[in-house]
Ligand binder design. Structure first.
Ligand SMILES: *Cc1c(COP(=O)(O)O)cnc(C)c1O
Length: 363
């Protein structure tokens, strides 16, 4: 059995859109795509009057080297969000198939599933946010086409040990595609599971330039998987997903100097994570700082709502995650610059926090 047997048959058999850019390139006078022959104002040599390469070769090669995969095991799109959407659309038949997620987790898996009218089977994480592998596997019915694992998890920050991911991968062979979302793996002590792609044809890994690579605004995410899965997803991708200025920005960030500076920033975030975890744990009103392998901390408070307002009044915006199961008293605080983090601490330590004496006309 091939992993493609899990995909929607009509996607496997469809004729993909054939764009001008893929049909012919390389001429000196390009009159096949109804583009303007003149560069726009302020173009600075980018050539934005032309449609971009659907999968820019330089970016693909750089990312393949960065992630340690072969060129045909990778495709790039508008953030990992787009990859989540495309995977669900390619594998789940509307009204029939399902995905499995483990709340509390990233919201886009279920949003994309609902858009496709795929069922969402929830297998909650344990109290300590660890994965219950047996419960997860027990939930995999024949309707399940995709199982998402988010590691390190958003919003808890906890990683899934590699051995557990492998156990899930082994059990899902021939049954479902396993999608491991590693949006924060650069901040973790644990290495990526991308090397397992060669062993499990039904394993896909999501990576992004939005977090550790400081390019959230450029919207670039990668799907790493078996070449057949990549080929399938390429069929349903919009013809020109990556804007030229975004690709240019990514290539600068992924240059040797760019990489050195990104790695330095990752080091700062990791050091700040340790420092902030310890310091926050000492702040009155803090119940618990959850261990995190990512660039944020989930923090439990005696009164999370008033802490949220207190920070907001000081001009600091954090994420209210009280709607998530098992996090009804928690806020998610992204690690900022050392100065920004120090400011968070000083606001939290100011008297308002335990005295609920915040001048809150906002309630
Ligand atoms: C931020 C985030 C993403 C989205 O990444 P984009 O590449 O910006 O779309 C994906 N997964 C998780 C778990 C995230 O937290």
């Amino acid at each position: 059995m091939s992993v493609l047997d899990l995909a929607r048959p009509e996607i496997r058999s469809m004729q993909p859109y054939s764009s001008a850019r893929t049909e012919a390139g390389g001429g000196q006078i390009m009159l096949n795509a109804n583009e303007s022959p003149w560069a726009p104002n302020g173009d600075e040599g980018l050539g934005c009057n032309r449609y971009p390469d659907p999968q820019p070769e330089a970016l693909l090669q750089t990312l393949a080297a960065l992630y340690g995969v072969r060129r045909n095991q990778l495709c790039v799109g508008r953030g990992s969000d787009e990859m989540i959407d495309l995977l669900i659309r390619a594998f789940c038949r509307a009204g029939e198939d399902a995905i499995v997620i483990q709340p509390p987790t990233f919201g886009m898996y279920s949003v994309c599933a609902r858009i496709q009218n795929a069922a969402v089977i929830e297998v909650p994480l344990a109290e300590d946010f660890s994965l219950d592998v047996d419960a997860l596997l027990a939930a995999v019915t024949p309707a399940v086409k995709l199982v998402f694992l988010c590691t390190p998890n958003n919003p808890s920050g906890r990683s899934i040990p590699r051995a557990e991911i492998e156990r899930v991968a082994q059990a899902l062979a021939g049954r479902a595609l396993l999608v491991v979302d590693e949006a924060y793996v650069e901040f973790s002590d644990q290495r990526s599971v991308v090397d397992l792609i060669d062993r499990y044809e039904h394993l896909a890994v999501l990576r992004t330039l939005s977090k550790a690579w400081a390019l959230a605004g450029a919207r670039i995410g990668s799907l790493l998987a078996n070449a057949e899965v990549i080929e399938l997803i390429r069929r349903i991708m919009p013809p020109y997903p990556l804007p030229l200025p975004c690709v240019a920005a990514a290539l600068v960030e992924l240059s040797p100097t760019g990489q050195a500076s990104a790695n330095e920033k990752i080091g700062i975030v990791r050091a700040q994570r340790l420092l902030m975890s310890k310091a926050l744990a000492q702040v009155p009103g803090v119940r618990e700082v959850l261990p995190s392998a990512a660039n944020f901390l989930a923090v439990r408070f005696d009164d999370a709502a008033s802490v949220y307002r207190q920070l907001q009044q000081a001009g600091i915006v954090v994420r209210d995650i009280r709607r998530y199961p098992n996090l009804h008293d928690a806020l998610r605080i992204t690690l900022g610059t050392p100065a920004e983090n120090a400011r968070v601490l000083s606001v939290l330590k100011s008297p308002a926090v335990d005295g609920r004496g915040v001048a809150d006309g906002s309630a």
